[in-house]
Design a protein around this ligand. Structure first.
Ligand code: V0V
Length: 139
């Protein structure tokens, strides 16, 4: 089902401060920044300088609205690991295969993720307490 670990997402209160922390402390570089209005996030993808494209990235997720998933997560748990994202070749097929096994998917059909990827999520209560994202990268 899964072809790679796409990214690990960290909920952060302040995107610029979190980017600076990761850069100064660990030497990670910004690969991509965008706003996702639907998800209510301002986000950055980071990678280690030597990584090939397609390597696992770190996603920093800052809330843009009080009613967003990230604002709610920080309000309950504080900043920290929020999601683990698995890369798949066909998010609809992967979602359907998991639904058929009884897992709850959060969306009936895929939504838009980073860089025009297509995404869905497995409910954290069905995945060992981890919010698992399925990502089909843009072609
Ligand atoms: C909530 N729970 C979590 C969790 N969020 N457990 C592990 N990891 C998380 N991130 C637990 C929570 O503590 C509750 O446990 C239980 O799940 C149900 O919580 P709830 O209050 O009913 O649900 P909410 O309102 O907190 O919503 C949780 C979900 C929500 C996962 C449904 O966060 C969601 O819709 N997430 C998907 C969208 C998202 O995360 N967007 C931001 C990233 P107890 O207390 O019952 O034990 S956007 C993104 O990733 C992009 C753009 C991308 O990658 O491309």
């Amino acid at each position: 089902l899964v072809t790679a670990i796409d990214h690990v997402g960290i909920a952060v209160p302040d995107l610029d401060a979190a980017i600076e922390f990761q850069r100064r402390t660990f030497g990670l570089e910004v690969a991509h920044i965008e706003v996702n209005e639907e998800q209510g996030v301002h986000e950055a993808m980071l990678r280690a300088p030597g990584d090939a494209s397609g390597a696992t990235q770190i996603q920093l997720l800052a809330p843009m609205r009080d009613d967003s998933a990230i604002a709610k997560f920080i309000g309950r748990s504080g900043p920290g690991l929020q999601q683990l994202a698995y890369r798949v070749t066909d998010v609809e097929a992967a979602s359907e295969a998991l639904r058929a096994k009884g897992f709850r998917l959060l969306y009936d059909s895929p939504r838009r993720g980073t860089a025009d990827s297509r995404i869905n999520f497995v409910h954290p209560k069905d995945a060992g307490g981890v919010l698992v994202e399925l990502v089909e990268p843009a072609q």
